[in-house]
Every structure is written in structure tokens, then in C-alpha cells.
Design a protein around this ligand. Structure first.
Ligand SMILES: Cc1ncc(COP(=O)(O)O)c(C=O)c1O
Length: 429
């Protein structure tokens, strides 16, 4: 098949006409499909039924160390839960704080602490006029929203197939006002990239001009592999420690997409100095987190292997969904040369790049056809994709059948958008 750019004006007319008919049929079908957010599907939540009553009066409410989890105490969480996260993140459990149900709130709070009280004993970021943050793009909209909320100016650094463009990062950190960056190092949101060993080592070796530089190492998809032969992420904490740089990294994770997004357990892992600083600040906000929920998790997950086995059940649900979307994209768009997309081996998203200047229009067409996709532009700081081309697809929630239809809608919209752009080009000569 020819590339769309090689079509004659007459061929383009036919192409547009046929796709308009297809598109109108989707509109008439009255679809209502949502591929906007990375939410687990109901079948995934059902996998965790055992957590609902894994703490009862039969099991007791005491942790291994004899702490009554119903009561106040243990700000840093019960030991078995800290150990579980220690195994998941491959760090010493003494460097883990097991917290409440959301890692995002921990990241927000950490940035907030740095803004008002500084990091590592340095001046508050808010008092260092012009403090900035590196935004790896495309990236996670909620990270960008936090930076924007606190007035941290964001500087884009492009994601490559191996992680952030490290040449650019190394250049930017020469500025002492660049205070940090958000990283989703495994199955990044939305590109599904796992940072290569080389990128992790370069990050670990960084010597930022800002002594209070902090990398928010958001390991949200640490165990979210679709295949046994999965991506392997080098351990940032161990790597950074080799260069005495462990204070630059604060790691976050949660069981939101392992058990329940609304009722999981989140954790922070960090160097001794950072754990001391963070826990001292947390002690002002909370007496202790929900230890009963931590206990619930530890009754079902005794160790890392239990979690890995559980994640295989998730993978069995998610794999066919991702493959269904990729199969339609491959079939409908490959030859036309009007888009490219990722084939992730884990995580929650597929990242689709349509023709420059077309993504918003594709989003509008999808909306007209009853398909909700992530707000176009959301994968960039301030909601502005400079090339208007990236679209994040979240295939986890809809059924395989819905995903096939939804992806056909997206492909038809991408074709119409590309044809429109080409027609403009032809008109301009
Ligand atoms: C990269 C990333 N970090 C964090 C979160 C939210 O995590 P939590 O539910 O632990 O707040 C998400 C949710 O989609 C995410 O994609």
C-alpha cells in the first residue's frame, strides 16, 4: 500500500470520502467508550477480593512485631509491609516508609515540603526565585500538575527509547535553580519506556549544581509486566550510592494497580538522611497510617513472589487488551505513514503519535463518535503539546471488543485528520 503522502488529489478524495462514511457510521452507532485514564478493569479488581477480609477477628489485628494495628503507632508502617516494599523495590526495609493509599499524595507532599522547608537542610525552593523542574515529555499529567501548582517552571526534556535525553539533562542540571525532575523509570507513562542501564547510571552519576536537587523516582509500574521476559530496571538507589549520590533520589511506589487503586498501600524509599528528614515532617501531619490495610496486604502477600504471581493474573487480563489495540493500529495505519505508536511490554498505556498538528482534531473526532481519550496535550507541561501530535491511550478498562471498536474510531479519525492536513498542504502548493 502507498503512503498517504504519495496519494494523488483524486485518490485522496476517495480516501476521505470512504473514511467519512466509516466515521459517520461510528457516530450513528452511539458509542460510549472511555479510554482516558489508567484505571484497572473490574476483572482486575476482582483478583483482589481476598484483601477485603484478610484481617478478621480470626486472623487478629496484630502485626508480626505484636503491634495492634487498630491503634496509633509505627509512623513508618508495620515491619512486614516495609519489608514487602523493600523486596519490591530491592532496598533495605529500614529505608522504606509504608504509608497510606496513594503515592501521588506522597509526591505532592514531598514537593510541598521542599517548597516550604527545603531539601537536605537547604533553603526552601519557594525562596529560591525561579526554581525549575525538568519535565520528561511526553509524561504523566499529574506530575506536571503538581509542578505547575507549586509554580516550578517546567523545562521539557524529550523521552528517547532508552529514557530521558541525558545530554540535555546533564546540561540543564548545571543551573542551580533546576531543582529536580520526575521520572517514571519502568514502563513510563505514557511511552512505556524502561530506562536503560546506561541512562540509570548517568542519572546516578549526575552532579547537579543544586545541592538540593531531587529526582522523584516514581516506580509506579515496577511489577507491571505483561510477559515473563520482562524489562529489567537497574536499581537507582544502589547505583546512586556508588557515587555518594543517594540523597538526590526519592523513590515512590504503591499497590494501587496491584490490589485496589482506592485502597492500596503506598511507600517511599530513600537514603537514611532523606528518610529522617521526611519522617520528621510526616510526624507533624499524621500519627500513623492505616496499618490495618498494610496488614491486610501482608496477610495475602507474604513476599515478593506472591506479588509477582498475582501480577501474572493481571498480565493475563491486560495482554490481550493491549494486543487488540496494537493489532488494529498495525493493520489500519502502518502502510499510510501517518502515525507511530508504542508496543509496550508492561504498564498502563499506549502512546500514539499522529501527524504534527493533528492530535487535537483527532481528539475532537473521537469525542463526536462517543469515545473519550486522554485530553490531548495532557502528556505535556501546561497541557500544551508543542507539536500537537501525542495521544495517550489507556486500554485497561474497556473490554477487548470495545477496544477493537475504539481503536478503529481512532484510526479513522487519524486518517481524516491526516487527509485534511494533506489537502491543506496541496492547496498551499
Ligand atoms: C506514573 C504514575 N504515578 C502515580 C500514579 C498514581 O499512583 P497512586 O494511586 O499510588 O497515587 C499513577 C496513576 O496512574 C501513575 O501513572
Amino acid at each position: 500500500m502507498k503512503k498517504l503522502s504519495e496519494y494523488t488529489p483524486e485518490e485522496l478524495d476517495v480516501f476521505e470520502y470512504e473514511n467519512k462514511i466509516k466515521f459517520n457510521a461510528f457516530v450513528d452507532a452511539g458509542l460510549n467508550i472511555n479510554m482516558a485514564r489508567g484505571k484497572p478493569a473490574r476483572e482486575q479488581l476482582d483478583l483482589s477480593e481476598a484483601f477485603l477480609n484478610s484481617v478478621t477477628h480470626h486472623t487478629g489485628t496484630f502485626s508480626n512485631s505484636g503491634e495492634d494495628c487498630r491503634n496509633y503507632g509505627l509512623l513508618c508502617g508495620i515491619e512486614e509491609c516495609r519489608r514487602l516494599f523493600g523486596e519490591i523495590l530491592d532496598v533495605d526495609y529500614n529505608n522504606v516508609i509504608a504509608c497510606g493509599n496513594s503515592s501521588l499524595v506522597l509526591m505532592y507532599d514531598y514537593i510541598s515540603q521542599c517548597m516550604t522547608h527545603g531539601a537536605g537542610g537547604h533553603a526552601p525552593w519557594a525562596k529560591q526565585t525561579g526554581a525549575k523542574f525538568i519535565a520528561v515529555v511526553p509524561g504523566y499529567d499529574r506530575h506536571f500538575a503538581i509542578a505547575e501548582h507549586f509554580g516550578l517552571e517546567m523545562i521539557d526534556v524529550e523521552m528517547t527509547r532508552n529514557g530521558p535525553d541525558m545530554d540535555k539533562v546533564e546540561e540543564l542540571i548545571k543551573d542551580p535553580l533546576v531543582k529536580g525532575m520526575f521520572c517514571v523509570p519502568k514502563y513510563s507513562n505514557p511511552d512505556g519506556v524502561t530506562y536503560s542501564d546506561e541512562v540509570v547510571t548517568r542519572l546516578a552519576k549526575m552532579t547537579p549544581a543544586a545541592p538540593d536537587f531531587r529526582v522523584i523516582w516514581d516506580n509506579a509500574y515496577v511489577l507491571h509486566d505483561f510477559y515473563d521476559d520482562h524489562a529489567k530496571l537497574k536499581n537507582i538507589m544502589k547505583e546512586a550510592a556508588k557515587y555518594g549520590h543517594e540523597d538526590y533520589f526519592v523513590e515512590f511506589a504503591s499497590t494501587s494497580k496491584i490490589t485496589f487503586p482506592g485502597s492500596g498501600v503506598a511507600a517511599i524509599a530513600a537514603s537514611n538522611r532523606n528518610i529522617n528528614e521526611i519522617s520528621a515532617r510526616l510526624s507533624l501531619q499524621i500519627i500513623s497510617y492505616d496499618k490495618l490495610n498494610q496488614l491486610r496486604h501482608c496477610h495475602v502477600f507474604k513476599n515478593l513472589e506472591d506479588v509477582q504471581n498475582h501480577m501474572k493474573l493481571h498480565a493475563a487480563i491486560l495482554r490481550p487488551k493491549f494486543l487488540a489495540v496494537e493489532e488494529v493500529l498495525d493493520r489500519e495505519l502502518t502502510d499510510l505513514g501517518i502515525a507511530d505508536w508504542t508496543h509496550p511490554k508492561g504498564g498502563y498505556f499506549i502512546s500514539l503519535n499522529v501527524n504534527v498538528g493533528s492530535a487535537k482534531y483527532v481528539g475532537e473526532l473521537c469525542k463526536q463518535a462517543g469515545l473519550t481519550i486522554t485530553k490531548v496535550g495532557a502528556t505535556f507541561p501546561y497541557g500544551k503539546d508543542p507539536t500537537d501530535s501525542n495521544i495517550r491511550l489507556a486500554p485497561t478498562c474497556p473490554s477487548v471488543e470495545e477496544l477493537k471498536i475504539a481503536t478503529k474510531v481512532i484510526c479513522t479519525a487519524a486518517k481524516l485528520a491526516a487527509a485534511r492536513a494533506l489537502r491543506h498542504e496541496m492547496a498551499e502548493g
